[in-house]
Design a protein around this ligand. Sequence first.
Ligand code: HEC
Ligand code: HEC
Length: 337
Amino acid sequence: MRQQDAIIIFGTAAVVVAAALAHVLWPSLMMHNRPSRQWRPSTPLELKGRKLYMANGCVYCHSQYIRPQDWGIGAERIAKQGDYYRQVPQLLGTERTGPDLSQEGGEHTNDWHLAHFIDPRFTRPRSLMPRFAYEGNANVRALIYYVQGLGEKNADVRVAVQNRFRREAIAAFRKGPDANINWLHSRVPPVWRAMPTQSAVTNASVKRGEKVYQDYCIGCHGPVGDGNGPAAKYLIPRPVNFTILKRHLIDRKYIGGILYYQIMNGVTGSSMPYHKKDLESAKIWDVGNFIEYSFINHTDDKYISVGMPASFEGKYAWPVTRRPVPVRNQGPPVSSR
Ligand code: HEC
Ligand code: HEC
């Protein structure tokens, strides 16, 4: 054997051993069989839902783990080994065609999930997730309980918060549409209630808002804003009928701040989702402007705070109510106070 051959053979062996240590031995030493603080045993209904999750191939589109490099997707918590205690097989998933579900429990109410499983387009008009109505009521129920348990003890806390507000929301809903709106508005902080829209009600803004409405809201609030979208019959409380909001204008003037706050945060305890992770600020103002202009038949435009050039169109550049005029004066510059 020449010296060169010996170097190649021992060199190769050293690389293989080092790789095995790093990829097999080291991870196996790090492995333990202890539950994490989040872990709790699954209920029989959750286990039934888990089987359906496997049978329906949910794992091909959804992951159930968050790595440190995943914070960017708005993750709640980094997954820990002990989260998967006693889970055979673990449903980590490799594709994120849909969102990660490791902390799904309590993100939405049960009625949101019901409508979503019947047809995902009802609650997310642009979704490509398949319908699961064919599974029938009992199985859809098991799937709902399974996803509401994802995140285990952390999920239980979120579900408890949803349920607490849910009782209030349903009680308010049963008192009739106007009493319900009063209750909804009482939950909005005063500073938002007293705020008109901060983005000019222009043709462009209303058009952009219409697109947002079609992509996110139409399945629940309906094409004419009366709360009768195809999801509505699965939901309690039912989606708000925007046309009656005219009776609830603050001081008979404006409502933009209320719309913004509700769209941003959703209504905990009801199926109304929060949109702060999906829609940037400009789109929330736009969809609010669209709702006001098209369904409430009103505009806050006159009350936009002076000195806040909140929209790139300029405050009064293209108001929908008037003919387009060129921008001359954007108002006094914002002082640095
Ligand atoms: C073809 C890919 C695909 C399959 C299969 C699939 N989903 Fe989805 N899922 C998505 C996409 C995309 C979304 C995001 C849009 C939406 O909400 O519908 C989503 C959203 C969800 C959400 C809502 C997450 C949130 O909080 O916004 C849940 C819960 C969910 N899926 C559960 C399931 C379950 C349970 C199954 C199996 C019964 C399943 N999915 C099968 C693609 C898929
Ligand atoms: C899954 C169904 C659903 C979707 C999707 C949905 N909403 Fe809602 N929304 C509701 C329900 C239900 C309520 C009423 C909650 C209650 O009465 O407790 C509501 C309430 C509201 C309110 C509160 C009205 C007020 O006067 O306080 C606003 C504003 C609103 N939705 C706007 C939107 C917008 C804009 C979108 C889309 C970006 C949207 N919603 C998407 C179901 C939905």
